[in-house]
Each structure stands twice: as C-alpha cells, then as structure tokens.
Design a protein around this ligand. Structure first.
Ligand code: SAH
Ligand code: SF4
Length: 439
C-alpha cells in the first residue's frame, strides 16, 4: 500500500515540475513514506532519518526531509519539535497539499498536515509507477479501515474506510492495459468491504476482469468476516482473476480472536476455507499470524499451529505481537507474554510454515503452470522470474522469453520459497482456458 501511495506522491511531485532522482544524495527533497504497524517498522524509519540528518548536515542544510504516511499521522509534532529531524510532516490523506507545504518549507517554515479525510481516494491522480517493471501494477480501490481489530493502529493512522468509484478504477485499468501492463493488484485494507454507491467488490472485480482478458488480476487483503459466495463465483468464472486468496487468520483460538475483535470464530474461518477450496479447486491461500497476543496461553498458541496444519497455507506473513498506542489492546489488555516466549512461539510458527510451504511446493513438481515473467531472477541475468496464477515465485531459463510474456512452464524442482521450472512455450492467457471468454 505504501508503494502505491508513493507512486501517487511521485505523480503529484512530477506535476509540480520535479523529477525523481536515482539516489538521495542527488535529491533536493527526500520523502520517507512510513509504516506504523509494528514497532520494528518504525525503528527502521528512525534509523533512516538519522542517516538523512547526517547527509543534510554535510550539505549545509541544503536538503528538505519529509515524513509521510502513518508515522506522520501518529507522531506529528514529535518529528518537528523534539527531534528536529524533519522539515515536513504529511499524513496519508494530505498528499495533494504537498506542493503548497513544500512552498512553506522553502519560505523557511516547518510544514505539517495530518488531517484525515472521509473522502480522499486520490481517484483522479494517475500514479507515476516506479515498481513492477512495467509488467505489474498496484491500484488502490479503497482507503482506511473501520474494523478496529484491537491490536491494530491502522484505523487511527489511515482513518475511515472509503471506496473509490468503479468507473475511476476501470479507467485506470484501461490505461494500464494500453500501457502493456499484464497484472494488476487491487489494494485495500479490506477489499471485501469495498462499497461505492451500493456496488460491491464482486461487481468491481467482475468489471475489471472484462477490460483486458490478457491482464491478470490479484487483490489484497480480504477479511474473513465478509467473503461472500458471490465473490467466489466471480473468481470461478473469470479466467484472469488469479486463484490466490490472502485471508489473514491472526490466531487459531476463539478466545484470542475475541480479544483481537476479529469478529469470526476458528470454526467459521475453517468453514470459509473449506468453501474456498471446494469452489476454487487448487486455490492457493496465504495468511497473517500474530504470535503472543495479550493473554495468549501455550494451549492457545498450539491452536494456531493446529489451524496451520489443517489449512496448509502456501505462504504466511508471521509477526510477534507489538503493542501500539491508542489501540483497544493497549488500553484494555496487558502485553503480558514475555518477549522470549513471543519469539519462541513465532519461530515455531515460522518453522511449521516453512515445512508446510516446502511440502506444498514439492507437490507442484511435474505440473504445468502459466507464469507471467516479471524480470530477471535475483541470482542470474540468464534466468527470468515470475509468478504462477497461484502466486508461487518461479524461475526458469530466459531463452528468448521477455518480461511481460506469459510462459507455460513445467515445474522441475521446489523449495519452501521458490519453484524451478523448464519453459515450454509462450502462451496467451485466453488460450489457457477451456471455456470461451465472454466479454
Ligand atoms: N488489513 C489487513 C491487515 C493489515 S496489517 C487485514 O486485516 O488483514 C498487516 C498485518 O500486520 C496484520 O494482518 C497483522 O497480522 C499484523 N499486525 C497488525 N498489527 C500488529 C501488531 N500490533 N503487532 C503485530 N502484528 C500486527
Ligand atoms: Fe487493522 Fe483489522 Fe483493519 Fe486489518 S482489518 S487494517 S488488521 S483494523
């Protein structure tokens, strides 16, 4: 989401006549787009800021440093007054004001705008894209979150939930298709609560999928509380919506889920997973898990391990609980699982997930997949890497294939993170589906 936001900021700056520079050393203005989700995310930003302070001193102050995003929202004055590290503090809903705020800084003042909005979606701003290699792009379809999970700071830093108009999303899709993009990921804190004038996410996805049958569509993130059958039917029907769902569970124990205010039970979650597997054969699933939330017992931790064994996620993002100010958990519960215990539980979760992912990936050996080539692999310029429809990172010899090609491959080897494949032929997405494509 921050990558997508930075691309919006990029566009606003380019509009103002500025050009992106390759390195901070060359830049007259440096923005750090920040995340507050866990303490270690914030710590990285503080370290980065100290580096920039040094750089600014070396340049006799001739450099503007700005903090954008969730930390700007959360810490506001702390940056300007106590730390005197930055010139500009701008929250996630105030990026349109960046040019006028920069003008204030040029006049020798410090500038702040952390006002959250009920409407801002930046719908009319075409992002200047810096990620995705011209092959894959992010499109934000909603902002903010109304869910108030007790551990989470997002509702405080990103404000109320709001959705962008269907037409503006479709227009951006058309532009991306014309520019040759092959994959779009629709983004929101909870895309399933997308609602614009009564039009829901299932409808949005369906209409997006009609724009270009050669464009793959992904989406992130879905909350288990509202994943309607209608949406699974759209996934089933449309060949270019990828068979991959990120569906965070957080914990496998009902009491912990209740304290987390996740509003579903373990049983409801497992029923939903069964339905997903039944309606979308071969669907790939990923999740988020928090280890050591307030009051979590050893038995409750084992319930999480147990759910992991039942679902068999292909991928998981796993975290130790990090207390955040202002959240319900901070006000109401005690962060009472000792650091060492959190760490040990987290490593048990990671270890189990690695075993499961390796087993899941080994099942792919001998199978064929269509991979969208995204760019050279990290290891070698002679290899391309890309993802299967099911979001599995795959590498294969480059041959005459290029980024942006759909390549049919056969999987020949696998570990917990990556599949290795032999490329067979270049294909179109449309020819890989048995049924005719109706537009
Ligand atoms: N909107 C998404 C999650 C966004 S935050 C959703 O509800 O699924 C991404 C992940 O960070 C969360 O799913 C959660 O696992 C983790 N997270 C959020 N707050 C956290 C905290 N205080 N400590 C540890 N992990 C946290
Ligand atoms: Fe945070 Fe919950 Fe909203 Fe996700 S759904 S952003 S975890 S409050």
């Amino acid at each position: 989401m921050n990558f997508a936001d930075s691309e919006i900021v990029n566009s606003i700056m380019v509009e103002r006549g500025m050009t992106p520079s390759e390195t901070p050393e060359d830049a007259s203005v440096v923005f750090i787009n920040t995340c507050s989700i866990r303490d270690n995310a914030e710590r990285k930003v503080w370290n980065r800021l100290h580096d920039f302070r040094k750089m600014k001193r070396q340049r006799n102050g001739d450099m503007v440093v700005g903090i954008l995003g969730c930390m700007a929202e959360r810490l506001r004055e702390k940056f300007l007054e106590k730390e005197k590290l930055v010139d500009l503090v701008v929250g996630p809903d105030a990026y349109r004001e960046l040019p006028s705020l920069l003008a204030e800084v040029e006049d020798g003042r410090k500038a702040v705008n952390v006002i959250l909005s009920q409407e801002e979606t930046y719908a009319d701003i075409t992002p200047v894209r810096t990620t995705g290699n011209g092959v894959s792009a992010f499109v934000s379809v909603m902002r903010g979150c109304d869910n108030m999970c007790s551990f989470c700071v997002v509702p405080f830093t990103r404000g109320r939930e709001r959705s962008r108009a269907v037409e503006s999303v479709l227009d951006e899709f058309k532009i991306l298709s014309d520019q040759g993009y092959r994959e779009v990921t629709l983004l929101g804190q909870n895309v399933n609560s997308y609602n614009h004038e009564g039009r829901n996410f299932a409808e949005l996805m369906y209409r997006c999928s009609l724009i270009d049958p050669e464009m793959r569509i992904r989406f992130s993130t879905s909350h288990p509380k509202d994943f309607p059958d209608e949406f699974l039917q759209v996934m089933q029907e449309r060949h270019n919506i990828c068979n991959y769902i990120h569906i965070p569970i957080q914990s496998g124990n009902n009491e912990v889920l209740e304290r987390m205010r996740r509003t579903y039970t373990r049983e409801e979650y497992l029923d939903l997973i069964d339905k997903m597997k039944e309606m979308i054969p071969g669907v790939s699933l990923s999740t988020d898990i928090i280890a050591g939330f307030c009051g979590e017992t050893e038995a409750q931790h084992r319930d999480t391990l147990d759910v992991m064994k039942r679902v068999r996620y292909d991928l998981a993002y796993m975290f130790a609980y990090s207390e955040r100010e202002r959240t319900l958990a901070h006000r109401k519960f005690e962060d009472d699982v000792p650091g060492e215990v959190k760490k040990r539980r987290l490593s048990e979760i990671i270890q189990l997930q690695q075993e499961i992912a390796a087993e899941q990936n080994r099942l792919e050996i001998g199978k064929r997949h269509v991979v969208l080539a995204e760019g050279r692999s990290k290891r070698s310029a002679e290899q391309l890497s890309g993802r299967t429809d099911t979001n599995k990172m795959t590498i294969f010899d480059k041959g005459s294939y290029q980024s942006g090609d759909y390549v049919e491959v056969e999987i020949i080897d696998a570990n917990s993170a990556t599949l290795k494949a032999t490329a067979l032929r270049k294909v179109t997405l449309s020819e890989t589906v048995a049924e005719p494509i109706t537009v």
